[in-house]
Design a protein around this ligand. Sequence first.
Ligand SMILES: [Zn+2]
Length: 188
Amino acid sequence: MRAVSFETFSYVGANGKLAGFHNSDPTRIPILMVEFPSYTGPPVTPGMASNGQSRWIPIAAVTMRCENKCCERTGLPIAIAKADSFHCMQGLTVGNDQPIHRLLSCWTTHGERLFPGIKYVGDSRVRELDNLAFVQPVSQQDLASVGRDKRWQRQLNEVRKIEAKAFRLREEMAAHGQGTKQDFAHLI
Ligand SMILES: [Zn+2]
């Protein structure tokens, strides 16, 4: 057994870390050893427990059949999972046809107060509502609080100031015949 990676994996809803794999017979799919930090059951062996591996669980390959029972596929029942902040997820799309299918959001009203608009950034990552779930319950009151905080209002005011400034500059330039369509025509 040797550690091959520190990628994070998810198994029956639990998240764990790939700790190693058994591959004594190269013609067969290896058994993965995954460490589940939240595991509270008995260790696989007393030896593993004394070796600091009491939360290591073997994950064996399973064979899945199609609905018509005419074909089958053998594989390891795991999926890649990753944890990230909403800020770092900007540009990522979560959906059935994407590498990441589901988003489990840890959004809170406290987070929204710190980072106004962060709920929109998080929720808008998913393609369908089915791709999104929340770790904590979200009440109507929580939702109503979005966009009502003082910090949010300050941010909105700042954005409006920048917009107005950009608009004024555009008008000034247009008054001097700059920035019109004709100015850019020779570039096409
Ligand atoms: Zn089939």
